[in-house]
Design a protein around this ligand. Structure first.
Ligand code: SER
Length: 338
């Protein structure tokens, strides 16, 4: 008998790290991971099997299929928005072809064990492309302004469509009616801020970088203007949202893709909070107009009313609680203890 497990790709990344800690603490399911990098020791202890390899390696996925019965896939592996602009073809391969591989994997799993496979997909505010001059801060709904300007945003938006295809229309002309094995659910995340990891290769990274640099007494030069405003969320709320959506009864879900958000401070407001917590911090602004244009194409605010109504999104951390109760205490402890 193959063992029933949860599969997490991109396990060593920011969200993967936090999600695995949470899943392991609940002790409900065995976790199998895939990442290009080996997991750190603390993370590795929490999983049943960690595969080091690429989601583009189909034989790796076939081996997992042969050994495990996967009921849930959290497909987190991706190249983020800044890195993707330097290597757009690689980004497309990892972000789109990788996701296609995982959707096929989920479909094959469902066929072999006969149950639906939950497929959680992290989409992003990068799926939007707003006109910065017209963005007055009115929250954007899921079906508005989906004209991304980055390779990463295009990849995310297209993979939302692929997910809908696998969930509802897969091989729709086939006599066997194979669709419906993949239960695809996606969240368009805002910028995420974690006390335990620093993102790499993203364009919303300035918030995290500012906080983590200040806590280590390193000067930081912020690559966007002080008045730049996009939605952010603290990592524990992001993980809670993933699990709330993943566990919501299917009949409660009116859509496959949901906005979520918690707070949307300006870069200047983040700086003020960091200075309050670390009074000696040196934080200056040196906008990079190219990265600025990417952030400016993301909405200042998103409408997350569907997530609140359908599956009870209710973030615990507003901006000040995120700093005072989560980021500052944990980050200070982390760097004090080396
Ligand atoms: N945080 C991501 C990035 O900056 C957007 O989803 O690329």
């Amino acid at each position: 008998m193959r063992k029933p497990v949860v599969l997490v790709t991109g396990a060593a990344g920011e969200i993967g790290h936090a999600l695995i800690y949470q899943l392991a603490s609940e002790d409900q399911s065995a976790i199998v991971t895939v990442d290009l990098k080996p997991l750190d020791k603390q993370l590795e202890r929490r999983v049943m099997r960690a595969f080091t390899g690429s989601i583009l390696d189909k034989s790796l996925l076939e081996n997992i299929l042969a050994e495990f019965a996967v009921d849930q896939v959290f497909h987190l592996a991706a190249l983020l928005s800044t890195r993707a602009e330097f290597t757009p073809v690689t980004a497309h391969q990892v972000n789109v072809e990788g996701t296609l591989n995982l959707l096929e994997f989920a479909q094959a799993q469902g066929r072999s064990h006969g149950r639906q496979v939950l497929f959680f997909y992290p989409s992003s505010i990068a799926a939007y492309g707003v006109d910065p001059d017209a963005d007055d801060g009115t929250p954007i709904r899921e079906n508005e302004a989906t004209r991304p300007i980055t390779m990463y945003g295009c990849n995310k938006l297209y993979c939302e469509h692929l997910g809908r295809y696998y969930a509802r229309f897969y091989k729709q002309l086939d006599a066997e009616q194979p669709s419906g094995r993949v239960d695809f659910r996606a969240i368009r995340f805002p910028g995420l801020i974690s006390a335990f990891t620093v993102p790499s290769g993203g364009t919303s990274d300035y918030a995290s970088e500012m906080i983590h640099a200040a806590s280590q007494s390193e000067p930081y030069s912020c690559f966007v203007r002080p008045d730049t405003r996009i939605p952010f969320m603290a990592m524990p709320d992001a993980v809670a949202a993933i699990l709330e959506l993943a566990r919501a009864p299917h009949e409660n879900l009116s859509q496959l893709v949901y906005n979520i958000s918690a707070f949307n401070p300006s870069a200047q407001a983040i700086r003020q909070l960091v200075l309050h917590a670390f009074p000696g911090a040196e934080i200056s602004f040196k906008p990079d107009h190219k990265r600025q244009a990417i952030v400016d194409s993301w909405p200042q605010a998103v409408d997350d009313s569907a997530a609140r109504a359908d599956w009870g999104l209710n973030p615990k951390y507003d901006l000040s609680r995120a700093f005072n109760d989560y980021l500052i205490p944990h980050i200070s402890k982390r760097y004090e203890s080396g």
